[in-house]
Design a protein around this ligand. Structure first.
Ligand code: UTP
Length: 311
């Protein structure tokens, strides 16, 4: 059961963000915009809509902008009000009111598992959500947010829960892949996990994506897990051991994932999101047209030589 105060969610954001240098020399990658909000805000909004009232950021050097973003900015609000921009003032104020925000420092980037371990004091022996904000998840209208989909399985079945996505075989080497048994539609009981398997060792097509609901037992396994590849403490290693002791469920989540972890994918996410917004869709199409890329009637972009480039 969750604590009296409601659900909580951990955001490991202490990574270096090297793939976005030089943009991330001073700005944390989580603060890069996706359309009109920083990437991290999408994850926080998902957690809040999933019933989380406490948000814990595991931060590192150079991440002050995240703290400032979710803090109250009285001067800015005042300035906006004085300029007659009450709507903007309200938007700014609401960010700080979404939840209780707490911060814990990961002294060295010793891996995702280590970052989760740093959040232990905030979890008070209760289950908690984890969101990796690089993956922005948008659930279909009428469906619960993706983290909530995991909490619902946890409430019904106990144990820990991870989000799963079916990926093409050739992409399996980029993810943590599961071995498990389908117990009901869209729900697996996980027996084992393999992090970034080689071509011969792919156990299934189901990859773990950046959403988790973890039982507090994970901390015991993280502490005893030997440092894995690259001397980092891997979350996957601790989940493997946990799966032997207590149920670990995998949910094929309903929703669309926008991966913002690399420049290429962030660009695709920006375009994908712009195309889904009525106020921006035409701007993208018009700009593609202006640049010499024509747009077909079915929405597919067609170059002047007639080749379909994307849809
Ligand atoms: P990534 O593997 O994407 O690494 O981390 P990164 O450092 O953020 O980015 P690159 O590879 O240098 O560009 C996955 C998640 O785990 C967090 C990251 O902040 C990200 O949310 N993380 C990773 C930590 O909090 N601490 C770590 O030691 C490692």
């Amino acid at each position: 059961m969750m604590g009296d105060r409601g659900r909580k969610c951990l955001f490991p954001v202490a990574g270096m963000g090297t793939r976005f240098l030089p943009a991330t020399k001073e700005i944390p990658k989580e603060m890069l915009p996706l359309i009109d909000k920083p990437i991290i805000q999408y994850g926080v909004e998902e957690a809040v809509r999933s019933g989380c009232v406490e948000i814990v950021f595991v931060t590192g050097r150079g991440k002050r902008a995240i703290e400032d973003h979710f803090d109250r900015s009285i001067e800015l609000e005042q300035l906006l009000l004085e300029k007659g921009k009450a709507d903007c003032a309200r938007i700014v104020k609401e960010i700080s009111e979404m939840a209780d925000f707490a911060y814990v420092r990961q002294p060295e980037p010793l891996g995702l598992g280590h970052a989760v371990l740093c959040g232990e004091p905030f979890c008070r022996g209760e289950p908690f959500g984890v969101i990796l904000p690089d993956d922005v998840m948008i659930s279909p209208p009428g469906s619960p947010p993706v983290l909530e989909q995991l909490f619902l399985v946890h409430d019904r079945m106990g144990g820990s829960v991870v989000a799963l996505e079916e990926v093409p075989l050739e992409e399996a080497g980029r993810y943590g892949m599961i071995k498990g048994e389908l117990v009901e539609k869209g729900l697996f009981r996980i027996e084992d996990l393999v992090e970034k398997p080689g071509p011969g060792g792919v156990p299934s097509r189901y990859a773990v994506m950046g959403r988790y609901v973890l039982s507090p037992t994970i901390f015991r396994h993280l502490k005893s897990s030997a440092a894995g590849a690259g001397d980092e403490i891997q979350l996957t290693d601790a989940l493997k051991v946990l799966a032997k002791d207590e149920p670990l469920w995998g949910v094929l989540y309903e929703g669309e994932r926008f991966d913002c972890g690399t420049i290429e994918n962030w660009l695709k996410a920006t375009l994908g999101m712009a195309l889904e917004r009525e106020d921006l869709r035409d701007i993208v199409f018009c700009e593609l047209k202006r640049l010499g890329v024509l747009v077909g009637g079915d929405g597919a972009a067609v170059s002047e030589d007639g080749n379909v480039r994307s849809s």
